[in-house]
Ligand binder design. Sequence first.
Ligand SMILES: C[S@@+](CC[C@H](N)C(=O)[O-])C[C@H]1O[C@@H](n2cnc3c(N)ncnc32)[C@H](O)[C@@H]1O
Length: 219
Amino acid sequence: MTRRSEQISLHLNAYLTAHSTPPDAILRELATETAERYPNDVSLQIAPEEGTFLTLMARISRARSAIEVGTFTGYSSICIARGLGGGGRLLCCDVSEEWTSVARKYWEKAGLVDRIELRLGPALDTLRALPDEELFDLAFIDADKISYPRYWTEIVPRVRPGGVIMVDNTFSHGRVLDAGNDNPSVIAVRAMNDQAAADERVELIMVPLGDGLTVAAKH
Ligand SMILES: C[S@@+](CC[C@H](N)C(=O)[O-])C[C@H]1O[C@@H](n2cnc3c(N)ncnc32)[C@H](O)[C@@H]1O
């Protein structure tokens, strides 16, 4: 199944993608290879229109230094890295050697190897090992949902004033609305959404792209 924004109709989504910059051949090939190799995990990948949005956000914010938490086979990392300004650097965090080996292959194809560094291991460890400074112009969170509140806590101080923080799956497929849903991942996403909305260091908007994308700008 093609990845798409979930909260709008199929027809409107088709119209939206037909009137937005489409993924190029490399991203299309990556999406196809991911679907063939990992048919049960294909839903982990962001929707194509979300990828275009990530590239635009990196470009518009003139980001040069970025971090991604949750890389999988590399789709979002390519979109972010392509939007970074000259000399831009993206730090990718993931636990899967196998999935990120596909990402490495496509970083090579996309000519982005010089821009991207991968750190394998639990992202919380990677984040906590970073200097406690404003290192990044842009951050994208898209890993294990259970850790979302802690990712927010670790990342916001490490983003410079004026920088952008984006978080994927903040609708949790609509389950955030169901107060009776006690799935730990849903509880964690709901908690992070509340934490982010109350965080006076940022202004933010939940964008109904993909499965909900929170976009925050740090004051
Ligand atoms: C939803 S996928 C990321 C999709 C990716 N952004 C894309 O566009 O294709 C989530 C990723 O988080 C990784 N992950 C899960 N738990 C993690 C952890 N504790 N630390 C770092 N990465 C983790 C998984 O290995 C997986 O690749």
